[in-house]
Write a new protein. Structure first.
Length: 165
């Protein structure tokens, strides 16, 4: 990683952390925001699959799995409050696999340096124009977590950070 890449990476990480705090404040100030966005998504049901290892996930960490097929990379996140969220790892820009960064709590795309927040999957940085698709979760018998469908998110982004030059 050269100096410019390093600075960009550091800036993006700080930006993700700052924006995560800001988005939390926005969520507290506007509790209906999530409902408004969810109403514009379309849900597709797929055969349910238990997410193995979900019960071992610590708050603030992530677990990779595949859903709905073995060729569809996904990530399960346990937020610091203990809530779970899951997303397709397919970047909405050009389809590269995003990676979860536990320190910034962002999902980062290595191809063109896009970044999404872990709380809602919204774009925070870079060229993507729509959120990550969300994997719909269900808690079933024994407290096990199952993936049961996918929410296709074709809405425009709500939060957009500074663009790279
Ligand atoms: S493919 Fe992810 S930012 Fe371009």
């Amino acid at each position: 990683m050269n100096r410019e890449d390093n600075e960009l990476h550091t800036t993006r990480r700080a930006f993700c952390a700052d924006l995560l705090l800001t988005s939390t404040a926005v969520m507290l100030a506007a509790p209906n925001l999530t409902e408004t966005v969810a109403a514009q998504n379309s849900m597709v049901a797929y055969p349910a699959r238990k997410i193995e290892g979900a019960e071992l996930l610590l708050p603030g960490s992530g677990l990779y799995f595949n859903y709905p097929t073995r060729n569809d990379p996904a990530v399960l996140l346990r937020l610091s409050e203990g809530e779970y969220r899951a997303y397709s790892r397919r970047c909405s820009h050009a389809g590269c696999s995003v990676d979860f960064d536990g320190r910034s709590r962002c999902l980062q795309c290595p191809c063109h340096r896009g970044a999404y927040d872990g709380r809602l999957g919204h774009v925070m940085f870079g060229p993507p124009r729509r959120p990550l698709d969300e994997i719909v979760l269900e808690v079933r018998a024994g407290g096990h977590l199952w993936a049961v469908g996918k929410s296709i998110r074709d809405t425009e982004i709500i939060t957009q950070g500074p663009q790279r030059r």
